[in-house]
Design a protein around this ligand. Structure first.
Ligand SMILES: NC(=O)c1ccc[n+]([C@@H]2O[C@H](COP(=O)([O-])OP(=O)(O)OC[C@H]3O[C@@H](n4cnc5c(N)ncnc54)[C@H](O)[C@@H]3O)[C@@H](O)[C@H]2O)c1
Length: 189
């Protein structure tokens, strides 16, 4: 039988529901507790998904939890992931890894030093479009690629997000939030 990793979620916002939905298709991890700087958000999430609500410090100290899913806003990814690694737990974070390149590198080095895993969204390159493009490029169909271009047009985050504030703060916005989807494709190809 597979080992089932116990996962703690930090950041009970808009995207958490997608993770709970996707979570049903996996048999190797289980989200068992959640935390948020906004305690009401954590309590609401815990009630909805029948898991434990904790404070961030409690979830980091919980010995049963081996992996933390960091679904906080981009501005908090670095500090939360750093705390997780320093607490001796693996971390998977939403994009971006950090809002500054050096801070992202620091997290990767810290994970290596502590022999912990650090993983990061997006994983959309695993989808059909990305994989087909990679297959065609790898088979040398279009020759050596010299230049990549990505264009993003969007009517505004308010269209779908109930709390768009972080987009309008320092270290937020479309390049930080949506850029990783395009950059990962450009880098992989
Ligand atoms: N919403 C989407 O459609 C979507 C899609 C893909 C990826 N993402 C990514 O997921 C992440 C979260 O997005 P969201 O839309 O759920 O944001 P959100 O603002 O709805 O939720 C973020 C939650 O994190 C909490 N938080 C912030 N800083 C914290 C900290 N230091 N410690 C503990 N909790 C903290 C907030 O209180 C909030 O409840 C972002 O990085 C975003 O780029 C979002």
């Amino acid at each position: 039988m597979n080992k089932v990793f116990k996962v703690g979620l930090i950041g009970c916002g808009h995207i958490a529901e997608t993770y709970f939905r996707g979570h049903q298709y996996f048999n190797n991890f289980k989200i068992v507790a959640c935390a948020d700087i906004n305690q009401k958000a954590a309590e609401k999430c815990a009630k909805l998904y029948n898991i434990k609500s904790m404070t961030v410090n409690e979830i980091l100290k919980d010995k049963d939890i081996e992996v933390i899913l960091n679904l906080t806003i981009p501005q908090s990814h670095y500090s939360v992931s750093k705390k997780v690694l320093n607490a001796g737990k693996h971390v998977y974070s939403e994009k971006p890894l950090a809002t500054y390149f050096q801070k992202g590198k620091e997290l990767v080095a810290l994970a290596k030093q502590k022999k912990l895993y650090i993983g990061n969204a997006p994983d959309t390159f695993l989808g059909g479009g990305g994989q087909k493009a990679k297959e065609l490029i790898d088979s040398d169909l279009i020759g050596q690629i010299k230049l990549g271009n990505a264009i993003f047009a969007f009517p505004g985050v308010e269209n779908f997000h109930p709390k768009p504030e972080s987009w309008y703060k320092k270290e937020g916005g479309p390049v930080i939030d949506m850029g990783p989807y395009f950059l990962q494709h450009l880098l992989i190809f």
